[in-house]
Design a protein around this ligand. Structure first.
Ligand code: NAP
Length: 283
């Protein structure tokens, strides 16, 4: 039984996802395993990793320990991993997925994403087709993308007839991604917010966020994460600390007024780290 019941949602392929998940960037080693297992005990069911985080083993081990301890059933967890830029291409994507599956050691990959589109390489469509082959084989349950623009999503949909289940993108009050979210809503793609807390920038000390925290008797992080939930995007806050993980997940007992959601969105000022997928590439 989890401490906090994070509501489940259904993705466009019929699989279950959650309104909030756990980021794991930099959670490595035995400490990382303990932190991820603590997150599962708190109630996180969507766990985000990537080949490039170097912690797929740790994520798999945390899930195995939580399952062995009777905290959760394997099938109630959604582990997401991502194909790095250096593995783009049809055959390369298949090999990458097989390797991730072996490293995770959980029997299958629940959700596989393309980490960055890398348009100058021009292989994101072939990569996606490789992922569909892995899905066909049963090694991957769901396929999605990360850091894709509307045009790139449309290209995948037109070429394959498959709508990615999620697009995981930079999204926080400084960059609310209004146009992209509208495109997602129109096509049944779930938005997922990376760096949902703007990675501890001055966001959490913004006067508006502090005032709303006081008004709703919650913490600044809870105001921000509740804003994501009300936008209909799944935030994946990362925390190495069990108390902060609990604080971050505990956002389902209050609701922000619509005008407060809009006021938070008005903090918009643009991307924080120059991660425009048309120009930024990662390998
Ligand atoms: P984030 O979740 O916005 O912020 C994480 C930072 O906030 C950490 O320094 C954490 O420190 C701190 N923090 C967490 N909860 C807090 C709380 N309640 N109070 C105060 N500080 C708190 O940033 P992120 O890690 O960049 O993004 C989240 C996840 O998104 C990543 O872990 C990764 O899984 C994913 N991601 C994906 C992409 C992509 O290209 N697809 C890019 C970036 C990130 P402590 O750990 O000490 O609590």
């Amino acid at each position: 039984m989890a401490d906090i019941d994070i509501p489940a949602i259904t993705l466009n392929d019929g699989t279950t996802f959650a309104e909030l998940g756990l980021g794991t960037y930099k959670l490595t080693g035995e400490e990382g395993i303990a932190a991820i297992e603590a997150g599962i005990r708190t109630g996180y069911r969507v766990i985000d990793t990537a080949v490039n985080y170097g912690n797929e083993h740790e994520v798999g081990e945390a899930v195995r320990r939580a399952v062995a301890a009777g905290v959760v059933e394997r099938d109630d967890i959604v582990v997401t991993t991502k194909i790095p830029g250096r593995h783009h291409g049809y055959d390369e994507a298949i090999a990458s997925g097989r390797e991730s599956n072996a490293t995770l050691g959980l029997g299958r990959i629940d959700l596989l994403l393309i980490h960055w589109p890398n348009p100058s390489v021009g292989k994101h469509l072939d990569t996606f087709k490789g992922m569909l082959a892995l899905r066909e084989e049963g090694l991957v349950r769901s396929v999605g993308v990360s850091n894709f623009t509307e045009a790139m999503l449309q290209e995948l949909i037109d070429a394959t007839g498959v709508v990615p289940v999620v697009n995981q993108v930079e999204l926080h009050p400084y960059f609310p991604q209004g146009a992209l979210r509208a495109f997602h809503a129109e096509h049944g793609i779930r938005t997922e917010s990376w760096s949902p807390l703007a990675r501890r920038t001055e966001l959490l000390t913004e006067p508006l966020i502090r005032d709303l925290a006081e008004a709703y008797q919650v913490s600044p992080t809870q105001v921000v994460l509740r804003w994501h939930v009300q936008l209909g995007s799944t935030p994946i806050p990362k925390s190495s600390d069990a108390d902060r993980q609990r604080e971050n997940a505990d956002v389902f007992g209050f609701a922000l007024d619509d005008d407060h959601v809009e006021a938070i969105s008005a903090l918009e000022r643009g991307r924080l780290w120059d991660g425009d997928p048309l120009t930024h590439e990662e390998f």
